[in-house]
Design a protein around this ligand. Structure first.
Ligand SMILES: Cc1ncc(COP(=O)(O)O)c(C=O)c1O
Length: 398
C-alpha cells in the first residue's frame, strides 16, 4: 500500500527528538536540566480550571459552532482589539484548537501550489513544513545579529519578493531568537506587504509575554488590518499549552474560509474548554501576572548564569521564553565542530538539554555562526542555577 506523495514535503518539530533523547538519558539514571521544550511547568490559573469544570457540569459537552462559542468570540474581539488598537468584531475571530492550526489554515486559505511564502528562518518550524506540504515554495528570510539581539534582514526580504509571492509569515517577539522589530523594521515590512499586495500571518504567540515595554501588532499599521491574519493563543499567557485553545483573528473574508476549514477539520474546538477561555480573558488577571513574574525571574537567572561563560554570547530577551546564545567560540574552544554534537556532549557531561538552531528550519547556506536555544519556561530557578553552573564549568574546562 502506498502513502501520499505529498508526505515527502511534510516537516515536523524536530525539537521533540531532543525531548526523547533527554527522557532516554534520564531513564538511564542521569540528572536532566530541561531547557529544550517551550512548554510551561506552571499550572493554569485555578479560576480558569473552575470555569471549565462548571461548563462540563452544566452540560456544555456537545458540539458548538465551528467558529467558536459567541461569548468567546466577543470577548476575544474586544481584548485582542483593545491591546492592539484595532476595531474588531466577533466575525473577525475564529476559535481554534491552539495557535498552531492558524498556520496551516492561513496557508490553505491564501496559497496555491507554486506560490511563494516568505518565512523567518531560524523560526518556528511549522511554517516551512506547512508551506511545502501544501505545494508552495518556502522562501526563508534571515536575521542579522545587532550586538543586543537580532534584526530581520529587510533588504534580503525585499529582494525575495517576486510575482509568485503571496505572503509573509512574521513572528515579532520571535521563537527562537527573541527578536523584536524596531518600529522602522515593522513599518518596512508593512510597506513591502502593501506595495506588493501580500498577505501577512502575524504570529503573536508571545505578544503579551513581555517583561518590559509594550508590544505593537503589524496589523495596527495603516492599511495592514485588511491583509493580516493574527495568530492568537491561550497557551503561553495562561499556561494552557495542553488545553489547545487559540484563535485566528482575520479580515472577514478569510475568517469565513477558516471557519469552513474548521468544519472540515474538527467540527469545533472542544466546547467546554472555550468556557475556560472566556474566564481567562475576563476573570482575575493576577494568575497570568504571576506566571509572567515567575518567567521573568527564570529569564534573569538564565541570562545571568550565561553572562560569565567564556565563548557564549547571550542577551536578555524582552519577551518570550527563549535565550538564543551564539556558542561558536565555545565550540571552537572545546574542539567540537558540530552543534548537534555540542548538544549531545553537553547533555552527557552536564545533563543540560537544549535545542540547537537546526531545530528551527533548514539552516541557510551562508550561515557562519552556531546557536543554541535555551527555553526557561519548563525549569525552576534552582535547576536553572544548578544546571547552567555545571554547563559553565564544562564549557570552561578544556
Ligand atoms: C512562535 C510560535 N507560534 C505558534 C506556537 C503554537 O502555539 P500553540 O501551542 O498555541 O499551538 C508556538 C508554540 O510554541 C510558537 O512558539
Amino acid at each position: 500500500m502506498r502513502l501520499a506523495d505529498r508526505l515527502g514535503n511534510l516537516g515536523t518539530e524536530t525539537a521533540f527528538a531532543v525531548s526523547l533523547r533527554a527522557t532516554e538519558w534520564q531513564a538511564q539514571g542521569n540528572r536532566v536540566y530541561p531547557f529544550h521544550l517551550g512548554d510551561i511547568n506552571l499550572p493554569t490559573p485555578a479560576n480558569v480550571v473552575a470555569a471549565m469544570d462548571r461548563a462540563i457540569a452544566d452540560g456544555r459537552t456537545g458540539y458548538c459552532p465551528a467558529a467558536g462559542i459567541p461569548q468567546l468570540r466577543e470577548v476575544l474581539a474586544e481584548d485582542v482589539g483593545r491591546r492592539r488598537g484595532l476595531s474588531l468584531g466577533p466575525e473577525n475571530v475564529i476559535v481554534q484548537p491552539g495557535g498552531k492550526p492558524v498556520i496551516t489554515k492561513f496557508i490553505q486559505s491564501i496559497m496555491d501550489p507554486g506560490d511563494e511564502v516568505l518565512y523567518p528562518n531560524p523560526g518556528y518550524p511549522i511554517y516551512e513544513s506547512q508551506i511545502e506540504y501544501f505545494g508552495g515554495v518556502a522562501r526563508p528570510y534571515r536575521y542579522l545579529p545587532t550586538g543586543t539581539g537580532f534584526a530581520i534582514d529587510v533588504e534580503q526580504m525585499r529582494a525575495m519578493v517576486g510575482p509568485r509571492t503571496r505572503a509573509i509569515v512574521y513572528n515579532d517577539l520571535q521563537n527562537p531568537n527573541g527578536a523584536e522589530s524596531s518600529d522602522e523594521e515593522r513599518r518596512a515590512i508593512a510597506d513591502l506587504a502593501s506595495e506588493h499586495d501580500l498577505w501577512v500571518l502575524s504570529d503573536e504567540a508571545y505578544f503579551e509575554m513581555r517583561y518590559s515595554g509594550s508590544s505593537t501588532s503589524i496589523a495596527s499599521l495603516p492599511g495592514m488590518q485588511e491583509r493580516t491574519v493574527i495568530l492568537y493563543t491561550f497557551s503561553k499567557k495562561f499556561a494552557m499549552t495542553g488545553w489547545r485553545l487559540g484563535a485566528a483573528v482575520a479580515p472577514t473574508a478569510v475568517a469565513e474560509v477558516i471557519s469552513k476549514l474548521n468544519t472540515n477539520d474538527e467540527s469545533c474546538t472542544t466546547h467546554f474548554v472555550q468556557h475556560g477561555g472566556v474566564e481567562a480573558i475576563t476573570g482575575d488577571p493576577s494568575g497570568p501576572a504571576a506566571i509572567l513574574e515567575t518567567l521573568r525571574r527564570r529569564r534573569d537567572e538564565t541570562v545571568d548564569a550565561l553572562a560569565g561563560v567564556p565563548g557564549i554570547e547571550a542577551y536578555r530577551p524582552e519577551a518570550g521564553f527563549y535565550v538564543f546564545p551564539d556558542v561558536t567560540a565555545a565550540m571552537q574552544a572545546k574542539g567540537i565542530p558540530d552543534v548537534g554534537e555540542f548538544a549531545e556532549q553537553a547533555l552527557r557531561a552536564t545533563g543540560v538539554s537544549f535545542c540547537t538552531r537546526r531545530h528551527f528550519g533548514r539552516p541557510q547556506p551562508d550561515e557562519t555562526r552556531d546557536y543554541i536555544r535555551l527555553a526557561f519556561s519548563g525549569i525552576s530557578e534552582d535547576d536553572i542555577r544548578e544546571g547552567l553552573g555545571r554547563f559553565a564549568e564544562w564549557v570552561g574546562a578544556s
